[in-house]
Design a protein around this ligand. Structure first.
Ligand SMILES: *Cc1c(COP(=O)(O)O)cnc(C)c1O
Length: 362
């Protein structure tokens, strides 16, 4: 049995007629950028999250970059971020000429809340948390620290659509930045993203920035960018959003089987923090000899991928920051040991059975 990491056609097939109707509706409307589909999606997504405002943008990276920018964070400022994140979180900081201050992860692969305070300096302007792999970060602790130091929280929710901490949606504790890249839990059929906020003025800022820095056409208040969520993607996202809870439940069901049925001591399974919900954007395990492990799975035609093999502080593009191996040992250890198992909507019982069997025979 051949199992790919993510089979995107399957989630399309699950609600194919609805997607086709929505795409045609958007095409037939004769209006393709900043129209009713986008506005309706923004309202529906804000309602789903229990947030006040949602502003669609072109990608998750843009959501993060514009959020940092709308907070007036720039040269000479520092933003705290976990060391084991995807490069996009860090790019959003450095694109604004600010400096990322890395903090080690906890055993749930999220930022270690107990290590945030020692990283705060007089230059710190925000705390960025990444709900990595789909598990909500320890927002109770993080909100306490942010409040004490009067710092805004930027949440990278690119992997955590629908995940809650103590019953509250990720993306509503601070400024929520979402990606709708096709593989994400709430994935579009192209690029997309959104910024979610409780603050009307902040939402206005993002709206201005995404549209050339103008509120009124051709009256450009600030130097903005072109980063808009198009009408076809918004129409498709409205369909996907209406099924998000069931799609997340399907992922949770697969994860529940992995968690109980994978019984190989060589494979370290993910742990869930008390109070946190996990929507399993990725099901990430750890192994000692990852190359051997991946080769074994490859031989059984099970595709795996590593999220992520190089922590940002060691990325070639950040040589100027002058970090070296050993600076963030835990993030580096995770980068060396993590592997993501097949986890996607439309995965069959036989496929899950097969993955479990092959893993237990390793
Ligand atoms: C996917 C992702 C992003 C970037 O989203 P894009 O839409 O691809 O720009 C940012 N942060 C994390 C954690 C991601 O997984």
């Amino acid at each position: 049995m051949k199992i790919d990491l993510s089979v995107l056609g399957r989630q399309f097939d699950l609600h194919k007629a609805e997607y086709e109707a929505a795409a045609l509706r958007a095409l037939n409307s004769g209006w393709y950028i900043l129209g009713h589909e986008g506005e309706n999606f923004e309202t529906e997504f804000a309602n789903y999250l229990g947030a006040n405002f949602c502003v669609g943008v072109n990608s998750g990276l843009d959501a993060l970059t514009l959020a940092v920018r709308a907070l007036n964070i720039g040269s000479g400022d520092e933003v705290i971020v976990q060391a084991n994140t995807y490069i996009a979180s860090v790019l959003a900081i450095t694109a604004n000429q600010a400096t990322p201050i890395f903090v080690e992860p906890d055993k749930f692969y999220n930022i270690d809340a107990s290590k945030i305070e020692p990283a705060i300096t007089s230059k710190t302007k925000a705390i960025m948390v990444v709900h990595l792999y789909g598990q909500a970060s320890n927002m109770a602790e993080i909100c306490k620290i942010a409040e004490k130091h009067n710092l805004p929280i930027i949440e990278d929710c690119a992997q955590s659509h629908g995940a809650k901490f103590q019953g509250k949606m990720t993306g509503t504790f601070g400024i929520g930045c979402f990606s709708f890249y096709p593989t994400k839990n709430l994935g579009a059929f192209g690029d997309g993203g959104a910024v979610v906020t409780a603050d009307e003025n902040f939402a206005k800022q993002i709206k201005m920035l995404r549209n050339y820095g103008s509120e009124v056409k051709y009256h450009n208040k600030v130097e903005g960018v072109n980063s808009r969520l198009d009408e076809v993607q918004a129409a498709l996202l409205r369909v996907k959003l209406s099924h998000l809870d069931e799609l997340n439940q399907e992922r949770k069901n697969i994860a529940a089987r992995y968690l109980t049925e994978i019984t190989n001591a060589k494979i370290i399974l993910p742990e869930i923090q008390t109070g946190a919900e996990h929507v399993y954007h990725q099901f990430v395990v750890r192994v000692q000899d990852r190359e051997k492990f991946q080769f074994y799975l490859e031989q059984h035609e099970i595709k795996t991928i590593v999220h992520y093999p190089i922590p940002p502080h060691l990325a070639e593009c950040y040589q100027r920051l002058a970090y070296k191996r050993g600076d963030f040992p835990l993030a580096e250890k995770f980068a060396d040991e993590v592997v993501s198992l097949p986890m996607f909507n439309g995965m069959t019982k036989a496929e899950v059975d097969f993955v479990i069997e092959v893993l237990n025979n390793y």
